[in-house]
Design a protein around this ligand. Structure first.
Ligand code: IFM
Length: 444
């Protein structure tokens, strides 16, 4: 199979009107910046055909999207088949325009009823997630070659139980640990179901090997003050904990889910020990993280109980609209870190919030160069998905940050191609022709 060039999205950020999930309620309760509400988002629910065509126009051959569990099971035990039919139509459209679908089962949002029962800290979470997975597998399974069970479990756990930027926004290291366990157990269930219950493979990608993994957010951690012993220690703890704990867990090793310094002991998910539950590693990479011990200015996103602060850029660095430094070298580093596990790698997200599309061209060039160098150094990287196809609802930040290769006018829902989209299309073409040249001359 040739290299996969794609773009990634998620249900709640683009579809619109996901009224039955925990985020919708969180937004209604005024918990986002400036009271932002996702509302109709990009109206993708009604415009998906146009959007997939826009993706194909860039020369992409893959598309990563997520299924919205709360549409399928809006109330506990009540399943809405029509929602699943919409995703079936989406997959059919992907097939028509030549985009291999990579499906994410959970991308930050949960049905409200599930969240009310404690979300992934609830003892029944893995069984409920398994039932949801089974329904998706039965309907679409044979046509989906690549699956991400959980998007960015570490971000989800940190945002919900260590920071207060995601529902339910409760500071509790104990709940954070419980959620890690619930998420891992749910992932293992989904992994087993996908591998055992996908029926005969069908469609244009029926011979593509079935792959199941997670999309894992990785950061390049460093001390804010290089002389500060505690910041050095914390940076190294976070490198191990944040970047590696999940990769260890899905490759059968010990699960380091106790939150260092808060919850030193954590029980293990037995079904994940000593067993591979990933066929690939999905890497979501954006930036670096300066670790600060007791930062003087408390960030709004950091509860007062939290002694550690993170900043994603220094004043003088080139940075995105979210104040995340442009740091392409970090991509090379995290790819090497992921490469230690010996599994194929997909870069499942990489992008920049850049309202005027000024920085994105350089961002694309420099990050793709890092990826290429890592590949040439021998890492088994099989795909790159830019975040994101369209501008979208950036969670607690609302619609301000713009990540799209296509800009969205939120009044008219018109899509406008950016110059970065042109560049991405060109870089893909160049890559393909040099790969073709290399293979005809016998080299990699
Ligand atoms: O928009 C998010 C996405 O939902 C998960 N990964 C990071 C992106 C940018 O913040």
């Amino acid at each position: 199979m040739s290299f996969l060039w794609g773009a990634a999205t998620s249900s709640h950020q683009i579809e619109g009107n996901n009224v039955h999930n925990d985020w919708w309620a969180w937004e209604a309760a005024g918990r986002t910046e400036g009271g932002a509400r996702s509302g109709r988002a990009t109206d993708h629910w009604n415009r998906y055909k146009e959007d997939l065509r826009l993706a194909a126009d860039l020369g992409l051959n893959s598309y990563r999207f997520s299924v919205e569990w709360s549409r399928l099971e809006p109330e506990e035990g009540r399943w809405d088949d029509s929602a699943l039919e919409w995703y079936e139509a989406l997959v059919t459209e992907c097939e028509k325009v030549g985009l291999l679908p990579m499906l994410t089962l959970h991308h930050f949002t949960s049905p409200k009823w599930f969240a009310d029962r404690g979300g992934f800290t609830w003892s029944e979470a893995p069984a409920r997630f398994a039932e949801y997975t089974r329904r998706v597998v039965r309907k679409l399974g044979g046509r989906i070659p690549l699956w991400c069970t959980i998007n960015e479990p570490m971000v989800l756990v940190a945002g919900t139980y260590l920071g207060n930027i995601m529902p339910p926004g409760k500071f509790s290291p104990k709940l954070a640990t419980d959620a890690c366990h619930g998420l891992l157990a749910s992932h293992v269930e989904a992994y087993k179901i996908i591998h055992s219950e996908v029926g005969p493979r069908q469609g244009p990608w029926k011979s593509h090997p079935l792959g199941v993994g997670i999309a894992h957010n990785m950061l390049d951690f460093m001390p804010d003050r290089s002389w500060h012993p505690l910041e050095n220690i914390m940076a190294s703890v976070l490198r191990n904990f944040y970047n590696r704990a999940w990769l260890d867990a899905v490759t059968g090793k010990k699960q380091h889910f106790g939150v260092p310094w808060f919850v030193p002991y954590a029980p293990q998910v037995a079904s994940a020990r000593g067993r591979m539950t990933a066929d690939f590693i999905g890497v979501n990479y954006y930036t670096k993280a300066y670790v600060q011990w007791r930062p003087r200015a408390a960030a709004a996103e950091r509860p007062p109980e939290m002694p550690i602060g993170i900043s994603f850029a220094r004043c003088k660095e080139v940075q995105s609209d979210l104040q995340w430094a442009l740091h392409p070298l970090g991509l090379g580093k995290v790819l090497r870190e992921a490469g230690r596990y010996g599994l194929p790698i997909y870069i499942t997200e990489n992008g920049i919030a850049d309202h005027d599309d000024d920085l994105r061209p350089e961002f694309l060039r420099s990050h793709l160069a890092q990826m290429r160098a890592a590949k040439e150094a021998g890492l088994d990287i099989r795909g790159y998905y830019h975040w994101s196809l369209l501008d979208n609802f950036e969670w607690h930040k609302g619609f301000g940050p713009r990540f799209g290769l296509y800009q969205v006018n939120y009044d008219t829902f018109e899509r406008k191609r950016t110059r970065s989209a042109d560049l991405y299309a060109q870089l893909i073409k160049d890559y393909r022709s040099s790969a073709a040249g290399n293979s005809s001359s016998g080299s990699r």
